[in-house]
Write a new protein. Structure first.
Ligand code: LHQ
Length: 267
């Protein structure tokens, strides 16, 4: 482990069996983001992004919440010092989300409790989002006079459609995990008592799949928003060419033909 990663104060990090586990760790504040947490998360995400041996990433929260967004504790009075929130975003959330997006391995977000404001949208930036049925997602921004950030304004219309995106952001109402699943905002809402087992199974399943193909699949799907039909056909052709040269493609086909389980290496 690098020196930086042994000095984390607000995040728990471990890497075992090619799985990176990142746990937001300020449970008394429902894992709200302090400056230290922005800093710690950046150290961890940067290490994960540069580690090619990682084949699956988990992001979750310690305690009863996933993340309550920005720590509002330092803003106690209404007429206090005015902050440049643009700078706060650029040097905190945006900096972290850009590294998150550069991670090639699939990122599973396990939403173990309430996810509010930036906390809700960080979850939605991950590749597969599963949540405890007792968890809820709150676009809390407008309730304190802000607009959605962490790319929620980009993701939500695509995930749930404009009508629902507008209603939940303008009203700041909680969306239950089950509702989020029905709307396609997240992949799955899971009974609380089964949650840990389901998360664990998902991690171990993903970590032995062909990581390079999964990584390129993420890229293709995300690129599709900016591409025309023809451009996307071109992109698939070019990327499939890369997959066709991989160890894991040869292994997958050989395993199929020999009626055995494939042993993917991730490249
Ligand atoms: C908190 C927080 C919190 C500090 C709970 N801060 N302590 C970007 C750029 C820069 C600046 C501004 O923001 C942004 C993006 C954003 O994220 S804006 C949105 C910020 N987040 C919120 O507005 C959510 C505020 N929290 C809540 O509405 C509730 O706490 C939720 C609905 C999340 C949970 O409610 P409960 O389950 O009833 O828990 P609670 O309210 O009792 O909270 C438990 C503790 O956590 C409590 O501390 P205490 O010492 O009284 O036990 C809260 O003060 C603390 N906490 N959120 N964001």
């Amino acid at each position: 482990m690098s020196e930086n990663l042994s000095n984390l104060l607000t995040i728990k990090y471990e890497k075992t069996s090619n799985i990176a586990r990142i746990v937001l760790n300020r449970p008394d504040k429902l894992n709200a983001f302090s400056d230290q947490m922005h800093h710690d998360l950046f150290e961890v995400l940067t290490a994960v992004a540069s580690d090619d041996s990682i084949r699956c990433v988990l992001i979750s929260g310690e305690g009863r919440g996933f993340c309550a967004g920005q720590d509002l504790g330092s803003r106690k009075s209404a007429d206090g010092e005015k902050l440049d929130l643009g700078d706060k975003l650029e040097n905190g959330y945006n900096k972290n989300l850009r590294v998150l997006k550069s991670i090639k391995a699939p990122i599973i977000c396990a939403v173990n409790g309430v996810a509010a404001g930036a906390g809700a949208n960080i979850a939605l930036n991950c590749d597969i989002v599963i949540a405890k049925k007792s968890a809820k997602f709150i676009q809390a921004f407008s309730s304190i006079g802000l607009v959605p950030d962490c790319n929620g304004s980009w993701l939500l219309p695509k995930l749930v459609g404009l009508a629902r995106a507008k209603a939940i952001t303008l009203l700041g109402v909680p969306v239950s995990a089950e509702q989020a699943e029905q709307w396609g905002m997240i992949y799955q809402a899971v009974d609380d008592e089964d949650f840990d087992d389901v998360v664990e199974k998902l991690l171990t399943t993903v970590a032995v799949r062909p990581t390079k193909a999964l990584s390129l699949t993420k890229l293709l799907l995300e690129d599709s928003y900016a591409n025309t039909y023809d451009q996307q056909l071109d992109r698939e052709r070019d990327i499939q060419r890369v997959c066709g040269l991989s160890h894991d493609f040869a292994e997958g086909v050989d395993a199929f033909n020999n009626k055995r389980k494939p042993e993917f290496k991730g490249h």
